[in-house]
Unconditional design. Sequence first.
Lengths: 148, 420
Amino acid sequence: MSELRELYQELILEHSKKPRNYRVLDTANHKAEGFNPLCGDHFTVYVDVKDGAIQDVGFQGSGCAISKASASMMTQMLKGKTEAEAEDIFTRFHDLVTGHAGGDGEDLGKLAVFAGVSEFPLRVKCATLAWHALRAALRGEEQAVSTE
Amino acid sequence: MSTATKPPHVIQAAPAFDVERVRKDFPILHQKVHGKPLVYLDNAATTQKPLAVIEAIANYYRHDNSNIHRGVHTLSERATEAYEKVRVAAQKFLNAADTKEIIFVRGTTEAINLVAQSYGRKNVGSGDEILITAMEHHSNIVPWQLLCEEKDAKLRVAPINDRGELLLDEFEKLLGPKTKIVAVGHISNALGTINPVREIIRMAHDRDIPVLVDGAQAAPRIPVDVQALDCDFYAISGHKMYGPTGIGVLYGKAEFLEAMPPYQGGGDMIASVTFDKTVYNRLPYKFEAGTPNIADTIGLGAAIEYLNQLGLEAVDRHEADLLSHATQAVESIPGVRVVGTAREKAGVLSFVMDEIHPHDIGTILDNEGIAIRTGHHCAQPVMQRFNIPATARASFGLYNTREEVDALVAGIHRVREVLG
């Protein structure tokens, strides 16, 4: 039970019910789709990048509480960051949810609430789906990214 | 005489079904998951194996392991006999007219690919059509798409209604002079719908169109009689009927199988080989190239015997009771909707919850020791039809109990509690 509470933290549930930046971004100059064919989660991530910095991020789609909350908090986290910073945050976030992070993710701010995912290996793909899509968008990859 | 679509309530008295005794036959069930007794409700994905099956496989490797059909030594003779006995058991299980109509394959998927690649490539041409239904498993869609792509043929799809029932009138309208094959699931793995295969086959045969039935979900649940159905092909998977993975059966009418070219080439499927000409073996060996999956075939034989002893009528009745108990209980939970409400239904309860994704349902139930499936169940077009990304699916097996259904219901309440 405690593991379950670790996974479904209040902040995660709150974001999954009221996702932030849940919209098509009119100003987006990058976008990409993320798709998990196993569970049917499907998000489109929109990014507005100027001079190597992320001006705005939005997303839309459907998915579980973990994937939706992760997408929502990602959009908040990355606004104003450079592409290199975004890559770095993703790497550290990935380490956190796969249990490879040294610490408890404190350096990731609010994203630290996803630490509980590492106890649920099957849910790592949910937590990272929107991030993979974001990376594909920044790299200008047209093909939908799949977590399979 | 047994029929494949006989509803459970008209079945005559049969030996009492003692689920507690049955559960003792399945060692895997007696364990805890996350500190709770395992409640295994993912039987449409794969079933657990009784001790009889596990031991049959172990004993084969312990005592009889040998290659079949060619050795003169004792072990080879024993292995061959054990292997061929299962062909007879499968013939009787499906009530096929002859053992040569029983082809051992890896499973339903391979059976359908075999028919598509052998019968299909020979008989389907440019502009022809293959007719399936909107509730098929990917394994009864993609092999036909591959064939259509190669032959420039067209895949037609008969629609279903909001209950998940095939619209028979629409189906019949889609049968035309260009239709070369009809392929239909007997029981839908995503919705539980029992299709009216007998009528489907009659309609197709009125127009001389052969019919393949995907029986993966039916074989463990209802008695199947391929002669009474008059289907031309019937495909089943061992692992969905309490047998091992990697083994299944393709039933085909002899007249069809005789006329079909081999699916794969190799040893065992030949009568003689020279570099100029190879003569193919007779049925069923023409379709069994290479050393087959002997051990799992023997395991399948033990599974068939196990089902025969319990009696599929009794299994059907037991599962129908579980399904109706579960349906009533789950439907009455606020915010839960059952997907697939066909009047003729078996084994499967797919549902969705307001505002809660099936994946989250699956994780929380797992934490309660309850194994269900979440996702599209290899039937993405079904999800598209109901405009949902996925469902949570509980599917029942002969060892499930009413208490386990109650645990599922309590688990669903728990989901609401955790996710608010």
